[in-house]
Ligand binder design. Structure first.
Ligand code: FAD
Length: 309
């Protein structure tokens, strides 16, 4: 792992920075590139603007490792309410949650019940339910819970991380069970025992699994093939692969974060029509934002420059 990435990810766990860094005006200005605002109303406005450009959306309220069940229940109620608002506005905007937001660290059964309620509500609204992947210690529990949820919520998908050595096997299992996959590279600091340290190995693993997901027999079980990446070289390679096999671009999707790779977003929206953007909001954005900085250490210089604006 690069030194800059490692340092930024270490800082992402720092409580003092989280509590104080987020108050600094230049940090708030910088985060606005990736986040249209802190409220659900800001997210909905942005999703509506994306819809006008032919781009679908996903939404996530930032938060993780909630330690208080009352707070976790509040998160659940918030998602239920916002799914209703999305339904009333008639926009394509799917919820994406983290299990630890729903109190998974405190009471797994309660987190399961909350996830089930959100999944059922999303299904009723004609939407789809996404579960994010967190640190490697959560992978087994997240896979098992999503498998269980799949019995009640057939329109469900999970994020899988190509940096983990195990992910090829996990993808095969999720495909067998008819669970959608959003393949990402992985955003956390992980030991070499579980994750490839070299970016070239992560990229190779990504492409290998991505091709398996795209195959018509993988999608026949109901699994949805989604590539959560801003890597234009990988996106182009997958497009060439799909075109070569005669697979329609709308049989798979690309999901990107709001505000990142805007040129590539415009290209996908106009020529391929298979793009969604993930719009994040909420007040608990510091660790999430630091992971965005770690993905492209050049972003740190943008933040530094904005200090002097
Ligand atoms: C929709 C979506 C959902 C995600 N969900 C999860 C999840 O559940 N769990 C998880 O661990 N991770 C998740 N991630 C994050 C993911 O793991 C990566 O950390 C992130 O997408 C960066 O990797 P990349 O595939 O874009 O490739 P990279 O090789 O990191 O980047 C490719 C190129 O994209 C550009 N780029 C990438 N990131 C940024 C950035 N932050 N700012 C500016 N330019 C950038 C750069 O030009 C870079 O050269 C998600 C990402 C997306 C898009």
């Amino acid at each position: 792992m690069g030194l800059a990435r490692s340092l930024i990810l270490t800082a992402s766990d720092n409580r003092w920075l989280r509590e104080n860094g987020t108050k600094l005006p230049f940090v708030r200005r910088a985060v606005s590139t990736f986040m249209p605002g802190e409220t659900a109303a800001d997210m909905l406005t942005a999703a509506q603007q994306q819809a006008q450009l032919g781009v679908g959306a996903l939404f996530t309220r930032l938060g993780e490792n909630v330690a208080d069940m009352r707070e976790a229940d509040g998160v659940r109620d918030h998602y239920l309410e916002v799914i209703g608002q999305v339904e009333r506005r008639g926009i394509a905007c799917e919820p994406s949650i983290k299990l630890t937001q729903l109190g998974y660290d405190v009471d797994r059964e309660a987190a399961y019940r909350s996830a089930l309620a959100i999944g059922r509500r999303a299904m009723d609204a004609g939407s789809y339910f996404w579960v994010d992947m967190e640190q490697s210690s959560y992978v087994d529990g997240t896979l098992d819970m999503v498998s269980r949820l799949r019995q009640e919520v057939p329109r469900i998908g999970i994020a899988l991380q190509a940096y983990l050595r195990r992910t090829g096997d996990d993808a095969a299992r999720m495909i067998r069970e008819g669970i959608g996959i959003r393949l990402v590279k992985g955003a956390y600091r992980e030991p070499e025992a579980v994750a490839f340290p070299q970016k070239s190995d992560v990229d190779a693993n990504y492409v290998r699994i991505a091709k398996v997901m795209m195959a018509p027999e993988s999608r026949a079980s109901g699994s949805r093939a989604v590539y959560g990446t801003h890597d234009t070289a990988i996106i182009r390679a997958l497009e060439a692969h799909g075109d070569g096999l005669g697979i329609a671009p709308t049989d798979y999707e690309v999901h990107m974060l709001y505000g990142i790779q805007r040129g590539e977003q415009r290209r996908l929206a106009s020529s391929r029509k298979n793009l969604r953007v993930l719009i994040a909001y909420g007040t608990y954005w510091f660790p999430w934002y630091m992971r965005r900085l770690a993905e492209r250490p050049a972003n740190v210089w943008f933040v530094a420059k904005s200090l002097f604006k």
